[in-house]
Design a protein around this ligand. Sequence first.
Ligand code: GLA
Length: 755
Amino acid sequence: MNITYTPDGGEFHLSNGIISYIFRIYENGYAGSLYFGKALSPARSYRHLGPREFRGFSHSPGDFTRFEYPSTGNGDFRIPAITVVHADGSSVIDPVYREHRIYSGKKPIPGLPATYVESDAEADTLEVDLVDAPSGIVITLFYSIFRDYPVIARHVCVTNSGITSGSAVYACETLTCAMSASLDLPDQVWELIELTGAWGREFQEERRPLRHGAQGVASVRGVSGSQQNPFIALARPGCDERTGEAIGFSLVYSGNFRAECEADSFGMTRVRMGINPAGFSWNLGSGESFETPEAVIAWSLSGLGGLSDAYHGLYRTRLARGFWRDRDRPVLINNWEGTYFDFNEDRLLSIARTAKDFGVELFVLDDGWFGKRNDDTSSLGDWAANTAKLPDGIDGLARKVESLGMKFGLWFEPEMISRESELFAAHPDWAVGVPGRTRTEARHQYVLDFTRAEIVDHIFAAISDILKKGPVSYVKWDMNRNITEPYSASLSADRQGEFFHRYMLGVYLLFERLTSAFPEILFESCSSGGARFDPGMLFYAPQGWLSDDSDAVERLRIQWGASLCYPPSSMGAHVSASPNHQVGRVTPIDTRAAVAFFGAFGYELDPARLSQSELEAVKIQIVFFKQHRTLFRTGRFIRLVNPYEGTDASWMIVCPDRSRAIVAFYRVLAKPFPVATRVKLAGLDAGVNYRITTWPERTPTGTTGSSGSTVAVESVVRGGDELMYSGLRVLDSAFFEPQTGDFWAKLFILDMITS
Ligand code: GLA
C-alpha cells in the first residue's frame, strides 16, 4: 500500500517511491500539510515540519498553518478552498477531522471526467472526512497516488449531512467556492508558468517570479478558453527543461476555472485550483452532495520535461479512453481551409479522390453541410444535410467516400443554435439568455441551454440519427463562442449560480452518451481551435484541434507550449496552404509537415491548388508519417530548443526502448555565415551507437527524393553519449547541402545499432 496512517500524530504519508505527500491532523482536528516533493522515508514522523509557533496580532493559528483545505472565518485570511453561506447568512466554516478510508484503486467521479486505473494496483486512494459540526457540512478530500507517476489526483465532495451539532437546522447550505485542491508550500522561491494567448495564438508559455499577493489564471467564459489554459506550473528559478524542481497543476475540467497562487506575508505559498468561484454558487439541500472536478498535481526534480513526461503518460493512457486510445489515428484531410463554405458533393469527392491517391485515410467534411448554411449566419441546430449541396445526404456522401477506400468524418457544433434556424423558430427559449435582456450574438449564434435534459436529449437524437444512418467514422465537435447572459429558465432564482457548472455537466453527459453509443467513432474536440483544449475534453475525445492557426512557424510555439501538459497524440496538427490563411506566411510544404507530424497528423487544404512538386512531396510525407506514426503517437516527447528564445526550434520523440528517435530541427530565420549549431539530445541510450538518416531525404539535386524512405545519401553513425553530451551537429554537411532562406526544417531519424 502506498498510503500509511500513523495514529500517533495523525500523520498521513502517501508515497510511491518517487514522491511523498505528507500531512497530519493537528490536535485541534485541522488537516495541515507537512511536505510534498521527492519521496521521504515512510518509517519516520515529519510532524516537526508543521508550525511550531503562533504569532501575529490575531493570535490565530490560521495564518501560520499550512492547511489541506483552507476555509473562512477561522483565522486563516488567505485565499480559501471553500466558502459557504449558511441559511442564517453567516459564512464561517471550520472543518475538523472525523474519519478516513484508505483503499486500493481509484473511483470515478460521477458525471465528470477524471483519470482512472485499469487495475486496483495502479493507484491507492485516501478519503478524509472533515466536518463543520455546527452546520453539518462534511468535506471529503480525495487523494489518489499513482504507482507509476509522480502525480497526486485530488478532488472534493461536499455534503450537507443535515446533522448539526447545535440548535440551528440548516435545511439548505449555499456553496460559493469549492476548489478541487489547495496546496500550501513552505516557501515562495518559485516562478509561475502559465499558458496564455487568444484565438489563433493559444498556449503561449509565460514565466514570471511569484510576487506577494494573489496571482494566477482563470476563465469566466463558459469554456476553459484560449486566453488561459487550466494548467499552471511552479518552477524553481533556474529550473529548465531537464533539471530543477517543478510542480504542475492541471484541472480536468472544461468550463470556468481558477488556478491561483498566493505568496503570503509569512513566507509560504498557497495554490488553489478548481471551478472559478466568480459567478458560482450551489445549493446543497439536506442530504445532497457536490462533487468538484479533479486536479492533477505532478512533481518533478528533472525540470519541466519531467512534469511533461508525467502528464503525457498519464493523460495519454489513463485519461483518454476508448477504442482509439491505443490505436494509430488515420491521416485525415479536412476541407475547411480548402473550401470554407463553398462546396458541393462533386468538389468534396474530387478532394477526397486526390487525397486518397496521396495515401490519406479519412476525409472530414467540416462546417456548412446542414440546413441552409452557406456562411456562418444560419442553421446551427438543424442537423440535416443541405440537399442543395449534398443531394444524397450525408449517408450518400459517406458511402461514396468509403467506396474510394477512405473513411468519412463529419463536423458538428452540438451546443449551438443560430437565430436563423428551424430549431430557433420552434424553440426560441432553448437559447441561453435572461428574459427581458438582449442576447449577445457572437459569430451570429447563441448557445443552447445544456442545463436542460430535454435539450441534451434532442441534440443526442439529432446527431445519433445521422451517425446511425451513414458510415461516419470520425466526429469533430466544435464550440465557437463564449457564453453570455448566463441563465436557465429551468433553474429557480436561488440556483442561477449553478448555471455554468450544470452546462458543463450537460456537455459531458452528451459526450458520454455519444461516445458510448458509437464507441468506434474517433472524436476530435475543437473550440475555435484550442479554446477548450483541456484535460476534461481529453477524457471523451483522444485528440483536439489545437489552434486555428495552422502556420508552421506559429505552430512551433503553440505546440511547444501545449506540450508542457498535453501529449502530442492529443494535438490535432494539419498541413495547410501557403501563403498561410492566418498570417500570410509562405513556408515550404515539408516544413509544414515536419511540424504537423508531431501531432494527430492531417491536411487542411484543396489539393487542386497544389503544384506538381508539392503533390509529390505530400505523397512522400504520408509514406514517412505512416512508417513512424506509432512512434509519433506513443514516444517520449522531449523539448530541446525553445522557439520562444531565438530563431531556431527543436524537439524530439523517442520510443520507449530508446531504439529509435526522431529529432526535428527548425530554422525559422536564416542567418548569414552560420556557426555550427549543436543540439544536445536527451533520452537516448548513452552506451550504444545510432545510425542517423534524415528527412526530407537528400538527393543530388537537393530536392526531396521520391521514395519516401528515410535512407539518406550518406548515413552517419554517432554514439548516444556524444549526441546527448556533445550534441547533434544539425548543420553538418554530412546531412545535407547548406541551406539558405527562412523556414526550413530537417528531421533526423536515429536508429540504434544493435550488432
Ligand atoms: C472553428 C474551427 C475550425 C472550423 C470552423 C468552422 O473556427 O476551429 O476548424 O471548423 O470553426 O466554422
